[in-house]
Write a protein that binds this ligand. Structure first.
Ligand code: KG4
Length: 350
């Protein structure tokens, strides 16, 4: 079964054709990062307009690359939640209209489920149940993936997402946007113990974590240094910050593995590209005598291939959307987001 999948939840307009949830036939990504870099972060209105301009060409390119037309694919999928609502609406409306026009099923996909499914493309042997550390720009959580469409959040951030913290720290240090990859690169030549930074702990919720205190600590450190006229050793601060993020995430992921007894370990999301985190996760998994499944860097960030992978399993589970399908800025990973009728969801949460 070949699915044309479309992703437009943030600042990447992407389309891909995926076969049986596991094989990438084409994977086109148009990134708007350069436009947003001017403002130091994603400007939602610019993102929506960018998607409108690019979505036809990107989708056509994805089917053309495999010698097909839209009418030849078996189904069409799109990210419908969570994300920037204006951006999501472009992909959702385009994809469901396309599906309707060629008489094919439409499959709404949850963005974070898609990030997790990036691993299904990279590792043919990977099957649920598994435990996933999902860390991206909009959310960070530990997810028990019982089955392809049955997921439970075991813990997560109480405030900022890990990627958000990377981006804000990068902005304060003036190293540019998107911040995560820049901080990661700078950290390679820094000392990770040079600056003492806090590791969060949430009382009574051992699998939860927080990044706002860490972010504030870095901001205060930068402001104090500026006021005293002291130079900041940016590579050292980048390395110390990256270590603090990893030290916050990895022990909780380890605890979740111990508590659940699930030792098939997976990482996903943009921050899963971070070299310090990847190295620490590898060490942690080695302690259990198992590998850690992590997508190749090309599939960590937003892409439509991962949406096509998850869409296949949503299709098998009967999770189809109709022409009434809406997009949602927030929706929990455990929620079914497909709408067969014109229901308005009012209280969806991330
Ligand atoms: O998963 P993603 O592409 O978008 C969302 O679904 O949110 O994640 C984007 C986030 C950004 O905050 C970006 O700075 C961060 O992932 N990121 C990284 C790295 N590459 C991307 N953070 C740390 N180290 C990296 N190498």
């Amino acid at each position: 079964m070949k699915i044309l999948a479309i992703e437009s939840s943030c600042d990447e307009t992407a389309a891909a054709v995926i076969e049986d949830g596991r094989k990438i036939c084409s994977n086109i990504i148009y990134s708007q990062a350069e436009e947003h870099a001017l403002y130091g972060g994603v400007v939602p209105e610019i993102a929506s307009r960018g998607h409108v301009e690019a979505i036809c060409a990107v989708s056509q390119a994805a089917v053309r690359e495999v010698g097909m037309t839209v009418a030849d694919v078996d189904a069409i999928a799109a990210t419908c939640a969570p994300g920037l609502i204006g951006a999501l609406l472009v992909g959702t409306n385009y994809a469901k209209s396309l599906a309707w026009s060629v008489g094919k099923p439409f499959i709404p996909v949850h963005h974070i489920r898609g990030h997790i499914a990036a691993n299904l493309l990279a590792f043919p042997e990977l099957e649920p149940p598994f435990l996933c550390l999902s860390v991206s720009g909009g959310s960070s959580m530990i997810v028990l993936v019982r089955d392809y469409t049955d997921m439970e959040i075991l813990g997560g951030t109480r405030d900022d997402a890990a990627g958000e913290a990377f981006d804000k720290v990068a902005r304060v240090l003036g190293v540019g946007y998107p911040g995560g990859p820049k901080i990661d690169k700078l950290a390679q030549s820094g000392h990770d113990k040079a600056y003492p930074l806090p590791r969060s702990h949430v009382d009574g919720a051992p699998l939860d974590f927080s990044f706002s205190g860490l972010k504030t600590a870095v901001i205060n450190l930068a402001h104090n240094a500026e006021q005293k006229g002291e130079p900041i050793r940016i590579p050292d601060l980048a390395a110390s910050f990256s270590a603090a993020v990893s030290d916050t995430l990895v022990p909780r992921f380890k605890l979740a593995a111990e508590q659940t007894g699930v030792h098939t370990l997976v990482a996903a999301g943009g921050v899963a590209a971070n070299s310090r985190l990847r190295a620490d996760l590898e060490k942690m998994a080695a302690g259990f005598g198992v590998p850690i499944y992590m997508p190749p860097l090309s599939l960590c960030g937003d892409n439509a291939a991962m949406i096509g992978a998850q869409a296949y399993y949503e299709y098998l589970a009967g999770n189809l959307g109709s022409i009434w399908q809406n997009a949602f800025a927030t929706a929990e990973i455990s929620e079914k987001i497909c709408q067969k009728h014109g229901i308005v969801k009012k209280h969806a949460r991330r």
